[in-house]
Design a protein. Structure first.
Length: 228
C-alpha cells in the first residue's frame, strides 16, 4: 500500500490542526461578527480598567503582569493567550480562525482604547464606564460565539480540562478564574466591586444578547429529483 505524498500530507495538516471547515458560509457575515466582537471586547476591557472599580478576572492577571514587566496590558493579554493555547496541545483542542484572532487582536484593541479613554475621578462616571464595559463585553461575547469560528483560548482550556479530567465545566472555570484572580492580585492587579459584578451578571446578560449575535447556518441545498 503506497504512502501518501508529502504534498497530500501537508494539505491535510490544516484539517488536523484547525477546526474544519476553517471559514464556513456565510463567510463575510461570520468575519464581520468576529471582528466587531473582538473590537467591542477590547473596548469593554479598557472601560473596566479605566473605571478603576475592578477588572474582569483574567484582566486582573494581565494588569498584574503589566505592572511587574513594564509591558502594556494588551501585550500581556496576547502573551497569556498564546501561553494558554500551548496548553491546548496535550488537551488535544483545535483552534479556529476566531481563536487565533482573539489571541492577536483583543490585546491590540484594549491598548488602543486605554490610550483614548479618560480616567475620571467622579464616581458616577466611573460607575457608568463599568456598566458600559460589562455591556460591551456581553455583546462582544454574543457576536464572537455567534460567529462560530472557534472558542477563545481560555474557554478552550476549560473545555479541554473537562474532557480529560473528571470535573464539570463549572468547577473547572471556577478553579481557574479564582487562581487567576489570586495571582493577579498578588502581582498588583485591580480587584474590586466591578470584578464581582462582572462575574454575577455577565452570564445572564450574554444569554439575553445571544440571539442578536448568532449567524444562521446556511440553508441546505435542495435535493435534485432523479431524471425520468
Amino acid at each position: 500500500m503506497s504512502r501518501p505524498s508529502l504534498t497530500s500530507r501537508l494539505a491535510r495538516l490544516p484539517r488536523r490542526v484547525f477546526l474544519a471547515p476553517v471559514l464556513p458560509r456565510p463567510r463575510l457575515r461570520r468575519l464581520v461578527h468576529l471582528m466587531v466582537g473582538l473590537h467591542l471586547y477590547g473596548a469593554g476591557c479598557a472601560l473596566l480598567m479605566a473605571a478603576h472599580l475592578g477588572s474582569m478576572p483574567w484582566d486582573v492577571l494581565h494588569q498584574g503582569l503589566a505592572r511587574i514587566t513594564g509591558l502594556s496590558v494588551g501585550a500581556c493579554m496576547i502573551l497569556v493567550g498564546a501561553a494558554v493555547m500551548l496548553l491546548w496541545i496535550p488537551l488535544r483542542q483545535r483552534p479556529g480562525v476566531g481563536t487565533l484572532s482573539n489571541v492577536l487582536l483583543v490585546g491590540v484593541w484594549t491598548d488602543l482604547w486605554l490610550r483614548w479613554l479618560p480616567e475620571p475621578e467622579a464616581l458616577p462616571v466611573r460607575c457608568l464606564m463599568l456598566a458600559l464595559g460589562i455591556l460591551a463585553i456581553a455583546g462582544a461575547t454574543a457576536l464572537y460565539i455567534g460567529a462560530r469560528l472557534g472558542p477563545g483560548p481560555r474557554d478552550g482550556l476549560m473545555v479541554g480540562l473537562t474532557e480529560r479530567l473528571p470535573v464539570s465545566l463549572r468547577v473547572a472555570r471556577t478553579v481557574i478564574e479564582v487562581a487567576v484572580v489570586a495571582a493577579g492580585v498578588l502581582l498588583g492587579g485591580t480587584l474590586g466591586v466591578g470584578t464581582v459584578l462582572f462575574a454575577v451578571v455577565i452570564g445572564p446578560l450574554t444569554q439575553v444578547l445571544m440571539p442578536l449575535g448568532a449567524v444562521p447556518a446556511p440553508a441546505p441545498a435542495p435535493e435534485r429529483s432523479p431524471a425520468p
